[in-house]
Design a protein around this ligand. Structure first.
Ligand code: NCD
Length: 302
């Protein structure tokens, strides 16, 4: 594997290899566990053209805990405002001597463009391209499922909410289906594209009906910034039909695992008591994200 552009391109064996590798990075650099030097002398560039909290910080910290130098680019305050193109900016950052670039962009395919135009030794990692893919988010989601439930194959995983605009949903679908999970895409008819059925996914519009048979509930954020008008009736109606609250949790399996990629709209997709409750692994996902990103960086850059 040269780049990590999406989970669509990876085989089950490659996904499992990344997940297995991540186990060894759990806790590296935290407390008494020392940092490592897998990436000593390497430079990892973060190129984030869209807002990010978790993904950006996580990639930077993961790279530094493996001994790399990091640089952080965002368009605000940069020469993007003077009209510099995406490729020119990337080529200029490359000219400073980098080994890997982590890119987030609103255009689907932006990481693929970098993979084509950057020097052959530079590794490209997709940190989210429009509504297309967000492979490390899906890897950390699947890693958390495996950690908490001991397996992935045979589990029923519901992706709930705005499937249409979610790169997290798309990457999860590719990864989970390849690893043998049953995936249900559940949301309002306007936000669940019928085409996902061709990826081996069951489509549902009634959350209460599917809840009792789900082992994992992944609550996706409503992507207000990517939606055209008219797709979304009202926040109140969404919350009523698809929001996870304490009462709805009673209809789920008692040990159902609750995931959310973050950021969460508290009180829309999920109420605070559920987000912070016993079934929630939301903060574990964040901790596991570091291990997953260390595994990705070290496997690609070695
Ligand atoms: C996600 C993203 O940016 O796609 N966030 C993340 O990386 N954890 C999900 C989202 O924005 O809803």
């Amino acid at each position: 594997m040269k780049h990590l552009l999406g989970l669509e391109e990876l085989s089950a064996a490659e996904i499992n290899r990344l997940l297995d590798a991540a186990e060894a990075f759990l806790g590296v650099g935290v407390g008494a566990l020392p940092k490592r030097d897998d990436l000593k002398g390497k430079v990892v560039a973060n190129l984030f053209y869209e807002p990010s909290t978790r993904t950006r910080v996580s990639f930077g910290l993961a790279a530094r805990r493996l001994g790399a130098d990091t640089l952080d680019f965002s368009p605000g305050g940069s020469s993007t405002a003077k009209g510099e193109t995406f490729i020119d900016t990337a080529k200029n950052i490359e000219a400073m001597g980098i080994d890997a670039v982590v890119v987030r962009h609103s255009s689907p395919g932006a990481p693929h463009i970098l993979a084509k135009y950057l020097l052959p030794h530079v590794r490209v990692i997709n940190a989210g391209d429009g509504a297309h893919e967000h492979p490390t988010q899906a890897l950390l989601d699947i890693f958390t499922i495996r950690q908490r439930l001991g397996r992935v194959a045979g589990l029923t995983v519901a992706l709930i909410g705005d499937i249409a605009h979610s790169r997290v949903a798309r990457s999860n679908i590719h990864g989970l289906v390849k690893l043998g999970a049953r995936v249900i895409a559940c949301g309002p008819t306007t936000l669940v594209p019928p085409e996902v059925a061709s990826l081996g996914v069951e489509i549902a519009h009634d959350l209460d009906a599917i809840l009792p048979r789900c082992d994992v509930l992944n609550l996706l954020r409503v992507q207000f910034e990517r939606q055209r008008s008219g797709l979304f009736p009202s926040i109140r109606e969404y919350r009523l039909l698809f929001g996870m609250d304490g009462e709805r949790m009673h209809r789920a399996k008692p040990d159902a695992l609750l995931l959310a990629p973050g950021p969460i709209n508290r009180g829309v997709e999920i109420t605070p008591d559920v987000a912070d409750g016993a079934n929630s692994a939301i903060l574990d996902q964040v901790s596991n994200g570091l291990a997953v990103r260390m595994a990705v960086l070290s496997l690609l850059c070695k």
